[in-house]
Ligand binder design. Sequence first.
Ligand SMILES: O=P(O)(O)OC[C@H]1O[C@](O)(CO)[C@@H](O)[C@@H]1O
Length: 526
Amino acid sequence: MITWNNLDTLASFKELEKVERVNLVEAMTGESGAERVKNYSVPMAEGLTYNYAAKQVDDKILAALAKLADEAQLAEKFEALYNGEVINTGEKRLVLHHMTRGQLGEAVEADGVDKRAFYTEQQAKIADFANKVHAGEITNGAGEKFTTVVQIGIGGSDLGPRAMYLALENWAKKNDTFKMEAKFISNVDPDDAAAVLNSIDVAHSIFVLVSKSGTTLETLTNESFVKDALKNAGLDASKHMIAVTSETSPLAKSDDYLAAFFMDDYIGGRYSSTSAVGGAVLSLAFGPEVFAQFLDGAAAEDALSKNKDVFKNPAMLDALIGVYERNVLGYPSTAVLPYSQALSRFPAHLQQLDMESNGKSVNRFGEPVNYPTGPVIFGEPGTNGQHSFYQLLHQGTDIVPLQFVGYKNSQMETDVVIQDSTSQQKLCANVAAQIVAFACGKSDENRNKNFEGGRPSSIIIGEQVNPGSLGALLAHFENKVMFQGFVWNVNSFDQEGVQLGKVLAKRVLAHETEGALKVFSDLLNI
Ligand SMILES: O=P(O)(O)OC[C@H]1O[C@](O)(CO)[C@@H](O)[C@@H]1O
C-alpha cells in the first residue's frame, strides 16, 4: 500500500542527515577522482550516460539515498501514476503524459475512453495532416503550399515545443528532414507578435493556436493579433489556423480552424511536449517520423525510470542527489548548463518544468511543509555562461549545484581546426575542465585568485543531439522532477501560484483598482 508522508517524518531521511559529508576536493583529486569518474555513472537511453562523480556523495550517502527511495516508495508511486491513479490531488486529475509516448503499465480508461488509444489517435491525425501539408494537399486559400508554421501559445504551450524545435532544427537540415521553418509567438507584448509577423510571409504561413484551457489571455490576444494581420492581408484566417486544445475548452468546437487536435486535462502544460502540443509543430517542421523518433527516445527513458534499483534508474538517482543537496546540504538553486547550442532554450523549458512543478510550500494534502522544496533553476548554454555568471559559481558565497549536458559530436558536422583542435573539441574540453575546476578548485596565496572548489556537478554525456536522445533527455528531467515531488510530498502537477497575478491583472484592465495597484496602474498609464 502506498502512503504519502512528509520528508521530515521519514526515518531514512533522519539517517541520511547523520551520514558524514563528503569532502569533494579530496574525493575528486588524484586517483580517487579518476576512479569516481569511471564508477559513478549510469547508462541512460539513446546512448546517454548520467555521470555523478563530481557530486558531493559517496557510497554511504548513496546507500542512504537508496533507503530513502524505498521508504518514500518512489517506484511504487510512479507505478501508481502511470496506471492511472489520481496523483494530481489539487485538481483531482490523473497524470498521463507518459502515455503519449508509450504504455508503461495497465490500460487506463478515463472519461469513458482508452487514454492510450486517444493519444495515439491524435498523433495519427497530426501525422496525416502534416503529411498532407508537406505534399501540398492541404494548402492556403490560393492553393499554394505553406512554407512556415507559427505556434501561438505560452508557458507549456510554448517553452517545451520551442526548445525542442530549436534543438532539432539544424539536425533536421543536415539530415534532409527539414520541412518547414517554425516561429513562435508567446508574449502578450505586441512587439513579439509584430516582429514574428514582420519576419514571415503571412500568405504561406500556417498558425497553430495552442492552449489546453482555451482561456489564456496572452494566447487569445495573440490569436486576435494574427487574425487581424491575416484579414489586413486579404486572407481568410480560418484557412490558416489550426488549434491544439482540450476537448472541453471553448476552442474545441469552433469553426475558426482548418483542423483541431486534442490533448486533455491529464497532461500538464509543462509535460505536454510529447502530446499534440509538441506534436503539431514538430511534425509540421520536421515530419511525423522525426516526432515518432523523439517519442521513442522518451519512452525508452521512461522505461528506465520504472526501475526499483536506484543505481539503474538515472532519473531517480538524479532526483535523490538533488534532494540531498537541497534538504541536507542546504543549496538553494541549481544551474542547468548544456554545452550545446541546440539546447539554447532547454534551460528555459526546465525552469517551468521544475519551478512550476515543485515550487510549493504545502504538501499534497494542503498542509504546510517544514523543509525546502524546489530549487531556483537557471542556465545558459556553455561556453557562453562561462563568460557571464560562472564567476559567481566559482567564487561566490553560495554553492550552486550544476547539471552539465555535453555531446561528443556537433549536429552540423561543419568544423574548423584552429591550434590543433576543432571547435567541438574546444567545447568538450571546456566542460571537462569546468567539472574539475568546480570540484577540485586551486589554492593560491592571493585570496582573490583562490578557488575553494567543493562545488558539485553532474554531467549527462551523449553522442549527439538528435530526436531520440532529445526525447530521452526530456523524459529524464520530467521524471526527475516527478520523483523529487514524491520525496517532498508535494503535488507537482498543479500550479495555483500563477493565479493571483492573473486575477489582479484583470482587475487593472477593468479599472477596478485601489491602493498600491491603482497607483501602479496610473504610473504605467493603463
Ligand atoms: O495551454 P494553456 O491553457 O493556454 O496554459 C498555458 C500555461 O499557463 C499556465 O497555466 C500558467 O499560467 C501553465 O501551466 C501553462 O503551461
